[in-house]
Write a protein that binds this ligand. Structure first.
Ligand code: SF4
Length: 683
């Protein structure tokens, strides 16, 4: 069993463009309503509804803060006038192929021609076309209707008439109508306005229906082009079924079948097509081990990379043109490319960067473009400047790979496994391992920034892989060499804190990292460098030591002038009375903070003018008291304080007796190294 999916299945250019416009508006945070469902697909309409997109039936129903989207079918002139009257903002997603018909009928009817339209009078596209006619018009949907029309209006045989068709009109019927008109109406101008997307789709459907036992047509039951695909398939394959979703598939349809063809209408999302193929495979697999799927990827399904590759690979020299800008609006440029062809360049196809077309492009500008799609019958073409520039830019990218040249670009996206940079309109993939200087750096922070990079690989299908890291490393190496060539002990440098460890802070001093040991961060005792500095801080450091062999730089941060003992020495003297705060107590006294970093000892004998059994009897941690500086030993970093000398003596005999004890104890304390005294105090 073989399942073959039509190459043209799924969204056509016009529908894809309209749906994309709605998503773009929603993504930009705009409130959106569409004039009728944006496509004939209830699942997608529901999805948009969940994003707040309303469906309205006329411009009057739109709210003033909403953007009203006109769908790809287009509307008559009066609808634009109504929207303007209501004051609602309009986003016109009319397919350019339909807009071309509007232009034809408006011009030809203004010139006095009677307009004949091949199509379904009730279809919105035809209603829209009629809405641009300013003279008599008639609609016919079959050869017999056309014959009757001419018989009842014999003047049409000779009067000037212009004939157009609905873009989705049946190709065979249109061919027959043209033969008839050319025979009967001597003054007829026939404009072949069937969309090639439709005719190609119908032709492919016909070919598949001829060669397959079962045909499955996927699409909305209200979609005219899906209905026509069904008609085409049914006329060549009796076993043809129209479904909207995979849940409608019936296993019995495939009994005794050797092959199945699948086609889909222009408004069928790729996700639904995929689901149908998957479900069909599941139904068929148990009975058919040889099941083969021939599935082409649609444009909508392709990743950016694949679509880009596909579009570039399919281009030939003949598809390059130079066009003259004839009109510009916010979303599209209209270009004359000669040969009677009007081209359109959407904002997305103008540049790979977001662009304001109105300020960037002027009428009469000349643009080098690539033709993506052309319809000779309609005289319209979809063009791309972005792709033209990408082709030109590609040569530079390849040359840069060989020369190692550093390129410049903007990080447009962070994707799985890396980032995407655009340079010369060429997409360059930079793997995560090559995107930042170190693996821990965030990729997200790169988004939207300008970066320098090198091309490190040119892959199949115009794939370019780059490295930002190689440029960063080189720049760092250069900076390092510069630093080592000029650095000297004692230099004062402003650096940036790059990282913290339990033993210190690493500081970037212009391309090289130096280390400030925790003991060099503060004059006070600290447990963690984070108490003093944070990553990203700009700090002034000085070079304490250099090891040129091991390439290590020791830095100092705390300044001599901030040394608390220097401050103390400059501001305090023996006999000064100071307000101090009790910070710790021990058996032989209490330590009191004079200034941060300098604590003095109030010996137990100096706490009060009476006998004190233990410091806690008279003092409490945190208490502020007045004390006199009685002795200072700057070398040993000791200060003695006394509260007692500020008090009236109470019992002289006892005090004298205690003095003897004090002297003994003070001597003991004085003998002990300051660290020991402090440690005991802390306990
Ligand atoms: S079928 Fe053709 S005319 Fe209609 S929306 Fe699609 S591309 Fe445009």
């Amino acid at each position: 069993m073989k399942i073959t999916l039509a190459k043209t299945a799924g969204f056509c250019f016009g529908v894809n463009r309209a749906v994309q416009m709605v998503y773009d508006l929603v993504d930009n945070g705009e409130k959106v309503c569409t004039l009728g469902p944006i496509i004939h697909n209830s699942q997608m309409v529901e999805e948009l509804k969940s994003k707040g997109v309303r469906v309205v039936n006329s411009p009057d129903e739109a709210k003033l803060d909403e953007t009203l989207v006109i769908r790809s079918h287009g509307v008559g002139k009066s609808t634009y006038e109504s929207a303007e009257k209501v004051g609602v903002k309009v986003c016109d997603a009319t397919c350019p192929f339909v807009a071309k018909i509007h232009k034809i009928v408006a011009e030809q009817s203004a010139a006095g021609d009677t307009i004949l339209i091949a199509g379904d009078e009730a279809h919105h596209e035809v209603i829209g076309i009629i809405g641009h006619c300013v003279s008599d018009y008639y609609v016919f949907s079959s050869e017999s209707e056309l014959e009757n029309l001419i018989e009842n209006h014999l003047e049409l045989k000779e009067n000037p008439i212009s004939v157009v068709s609905q873009t989705t009109f049946n190709a065979k019927k249109w061919e027959n109508a043209q033969i008839f008109l050319k025979k009967v109406c001597t003054n007829a101008k026939i404009f072949d306005t069937i969309c090639s997307a439709t005719s190609t789709r119908q032709r492919e459907a016909q070919e598949l229906a001829r060669s397959n036992d079962v045909m499955v047509v996927i699409g909305g039951r209200h979609s005219s082009n899906t209905a026509k695909l069904f008609q085409v398939c049914a006329s060549f394959c009796q076993n043809t079924h129209l479904i909207e979703t995979a849940s409608e598939l019936v296993a019995d349809w495939f009994l005794n079948a050797n092959n199945v063809g699948v086609v889909a209408g222009a408004s069928t999302p790729a996700g639904i097509i995929k689901e149908v193929i998957k479900t069909m495979s599941e139904i068929l697999q148990p009975v058919d081990e040889q099941l083969e799927e021939v599935v082409q990827k649609s444009f909508e399904e392709m990743t950016d990379e694949e679509a880009f590759e596909a579009s570039l690979n399919s281009l030939t020299g003949e598809q390059k043109v130079c066009g003259t800008v004839v009109a510009v609006n916010a979303s599209e440029i209209t270009v004359d490319i000669g040969r009677g062809v009007t081209g359109y360049v959407s904002a997305e196809e103008y540049s790979s960067e977001p662009v304001d077309l109105l300020s960037e492009v002027k009428v009469d500008d000349k643009l080098n473009l690539i033709i993506m799609k052309i319809s000779d019958q309609e005289g319209t073409a979809m063009l791309s400047k972005r792709r033209y520039d990408a082709i030109a830019g590609w040569d530079n990218i390849v040359a840069a790979k060989d020369s190692g040249e550093v390129l410049h670009g903007v990080v447009r996206d962070v994707i799985k496994g890396g980032v995407v940079v655009y340079c010369n309109n060429v997409r360059v993939f930079i793997p995560a391992s090559q995107a930042t200087a170190s693996r821990n750096d965030s990729l997200e922070e790169l988004k939207g920034t300008e970066v320098d990079f090198r091309i490190i690989e040119i892959g199949r299908g115009r794939r370019a892989v780059g490295s930002i890291r190689s440029v960063l490393r080189e720049a760092r190496k250069e900076a390092e060499e510069k630093v080592w060539a000029s650095i000297a002990v004692g230099d004062r440098i402003t650096g940036t804190v790059k990282s913290l460890t339990s033993y210190g802070a690493f500081v970037d001093i212009g391309g090289v990292d130096g280390m400030v040991h925790i003991s060099e961060l503060s004059w006070n005792r600290i447990k963690n460098p984070a108490e003093v500095v944070s990553v990203g801080d700009e700090i002034e450091v000085y070079v304490k030591a250099l090891d040129t062999e091991k390439k290590k730089i020791s830095l100092g941060y705390k300044k001599a002038e901030d040394n608390p003992w220097t401050i103390f020495q400059n501001n305090y003297n023996v006999d000064d009375v100071v307000t101090v705060k009790i910070v710790s107590m021990t058996t032989y006294g209490a330590f009191a903070r004079i200034i941060p970093g300098v604590d003095g000892l109030i010996h137990i004998s100096q706490i009060a003018n009476k006998h004190v059994a233990k410091p806690q009897d008279e003092l409490a941690i945190g208490q502020e008291v007045e004390a006199k500086i009685t002795a200072v030993d700057l070398e040993k970093k000791r200060v003695s304080l006394s509260i007692r000398v500020l008090l009236e003596p109470e019992v002289v005999e006892e005090a004298v007796a205690e003095d003897e004890v004090v002297a003994t104890t003070e001597e003991a304390v004085a003998e002990a190294p300051v660290e020991e005294v402090a440690e005991e105090a802390a306990e």
